[in-house]
Every structure is written in C-alpha cells, then in structure tokens.
Unconditional design. Structure first.
Ligand code: CO
Length: 277
C-alpha cells in the first residue's frame, strides 16, 4: 500500500495564498505522517494564468493520474472549498475520471468545510473564536464568501443564521449570489455600528480577497462600506490559516482516510481468505 493525500483548492496566484497553502500542508503532514501530501487546483482559469506566469500546477485529474503512475494505491482527496458547490462537484467528477484513467485504485474524497449541520456549528464557533481581538462590542463584522447560485449557497445561509444567534453584528455576504454587500449595508447601518471589520470567508487569499474585498477600486467591498460612511478594517487572512477552521477540514480528511483504511482492511481479509482457500 502507498498512501497519499491530495489537497484540492480553487487556486491562488497570490504569494499570501501560496504561503497559507504550504502552511496547511505542513499541518496535514504532521497529522498524517504516513501519507505524502500533494496539491491540485480546481480552477482551470487559475491554472492557465499560473502557467502563463511559468508556474505549473495540476488539476485534480492530472495529479491523481500522476499518483497512479507513481504507484500510489490509496489516496484521499481533500476539498479545500467552503461549500459543496460547483467546484466541489467538478472535483468529484475529476476523481471518477482519474479512477477510470489509471489513477490510484482507491480514492476517497473529503467533504468541503460546510457540508453537514455539525460543520456549520463548528465553523460558527471557529469564527467567533477568531474574531479580531481589537474589535469593539458595537463594531460590525462582515465575512465575504465567494457565493454561487448553486444550491450549495444554503451553507452560507446556515452559517449566517447560526452566527446571528450569538452576535447580531456579524454578517455573511457573498461576491456572487443573493447576499451582496449592497444587500447587507442597510442591515449593518441599522445595528448602529460605525466600524466594520471585513474578513474573507475564502480558504486562501487571492484576487477576490485582495481586490474585490479589500482593493482600492470604487466597487470593492471596502470602498462601498466606506462610501456608506463607515470605517472599514479589512483583514487579509484565509480561513485555512485559522486553526478552528483548519480543524474542520482535517476532520473531513481523517474521515476520508478512514474510508481508505476500511477498504484496506477489507482487502487484507479478502486476500487472507483467498490464500486460506
Ligand atoms: Co470567482
């Protein structure tokens, strides 16, 4: 048996994002020392951009086929996405395709951050534990997720509802989908908050956090918050960098590896029975 872990993120061309991913990979290696850790990026556009800049990256399918060629037998693919949306679906499809094209014999996929109701509860606790310590009691917090029109968006809503039970000044918005910053602004000002902490609800820092969230352009979230007369304090740290969130992904990875180990046990039993015969 040759065991591997493939961490599959959307992708990032930002040095901050790369640093965060490497940090997470180190944590993963420390936690699961008997498996080699590799990366794949699920966004083809990001991979093309990186390739143009001379950086080669693997898609999930390519990475798995390569691992198959290198005789890996058991591989856990861990999604580093926030929600079970389009990126996650294509990750699962690519895993199937790899299995049919020379990939490792046994592959298990680890769920994204916010899959089960229990994940949402844990993520809400993680967020509450990782709020900026300088935040005053009457200051608002806005978390910017990517968002989607896919049904996976329900995960953001579940998180927002759970957080609202503990803190009425925490808001979850998304770049795409229904909960844009324009929709949130009236509710934020209604709380009486004069200052807004702006946090990315994205696994790693990239263009969305640096430009769409905290950028200088007039339509960035920070510009729009300031235009509404509020003080905006962006924090550039991806969720994978917070221990509380990382722990949820690690838990999902442990489950995926558990599935592989169960398969391995089954095989050993089958082989043993066969040899007995
Ligand atoms: Co995007």
């Amino acid at each position: 048996m040759k065991k591997g872990i493939l961490l599959a993120a959307f992708g990032s061309a930002s040095p901050l994002g790369e640093k965060a991913l490497n940090g997470f990979a180190e944590t993963v290696s420390g936690r699961f020392p008997d498996a080699r850790v590799r990366f794949a990026f699920t966004s083809d556009r990001m991979r093309t951009r990186l390739a143009a800049a001379g950086k080669k990256t693997d898609s999930v399918k390519k990475a798995l086929c390569r691992m198959g060629f290198e005789r890996y037998t058991h591989v856990a693919v861990q999604s580093l996405h926030l929600i079970p949306g389009l990126e996650y679906e294509s990750l699962v499809e690519e895993t199937r395709a790899a299995q049919a094209h020379g990939g490792p014999k046994h592959i298990a996929v680890g769920k994204p951050l916010l899959q089960e109701p229990e994940d949402v509860r844990l993520a809400a606790n993680a967020l509450l534990a990782h709020l900026p310590p300088e935040r005053g009691p009457d200051e608002a917090v806005v978390c910017m997720g990517h968002g989607t029109w896919h049904t996976g968006a329900a995960s953001y809503e579940a998180l927002a509802r759970t957080l609202a039970l503990s803190d009425k000044r925490i808001f979850i918005g998304t770049l795409e989908g229904e909960h844009s910053i324009d929709c949130l602004l009236p509710a934020i000002t209604a709380t009486g908050a004069k200052t807004v902490w702006l946090l990315p609800l994205l696994s790693i820092i990239g263009k969305h956090a640096e430009q769409d969230m905290a950028g200088m352009s007039p339509d960035s979230w920070s510009s729009r918050i300031r235009k509404a007369g509020l003080v905006c304090k962006p924090v550039l740290q991806g969720t994978v960098e917070y221990a509380g969130f990382a722990e949820i992904w690690l838990m999902h990875l442990a489950t995926a590896l558990g599935v592989l180990t169960a398969k391995q046990l089954l095989e050993t039993t089958v082989t043993a029975t066969e040899s007995e015969v």
